[in-house]
Design a protein around this ligand. Structure first.
Ligand SMILES: [Zn+2]
Length: 84
């Protein structure tokens, strides 16, 4: 069984204890799932409010653009089907 040492807790754990990370050299995160979860929970507790506000603002900003794009796509599809 392959193991990898977690950069955060320093424990050697099974590869299944690490999340996939395509951008990392070995394709896995440097910290184990347990450490990532703990770090995320701590980060989330500190940033939940901020994150929520930012996500909501960026969604609102994108929404109109996305809707317009979808409408255009639908219109195009309709035209394509009509001309067949
Ligand atoms: Zn760890």
């Amino acid at each position: 069984m392959d193991v990898k040492t977690c950069a955060t807790c320093g424990e050697a754990k099974d590869l299944t204890e690490f999340r996939k990370a395509p951008t990392c050299r070995d394709g896995l995160t440097t910290s184990c799932k347990t450490c990532l979860n703990a770090a995320y929970r701590a980060w989330y507790a500190a940033n939940a409010e901020k994150k929520h506000a930012a996500a909501s603002a960026s969604y609102q900003a994108r929404k109109d653009k996305i809707n317009a794009h979808r409408r255009a796509q639908r219109a195009e599809q309709k035209q394509a089907t009509a001309s067949e």
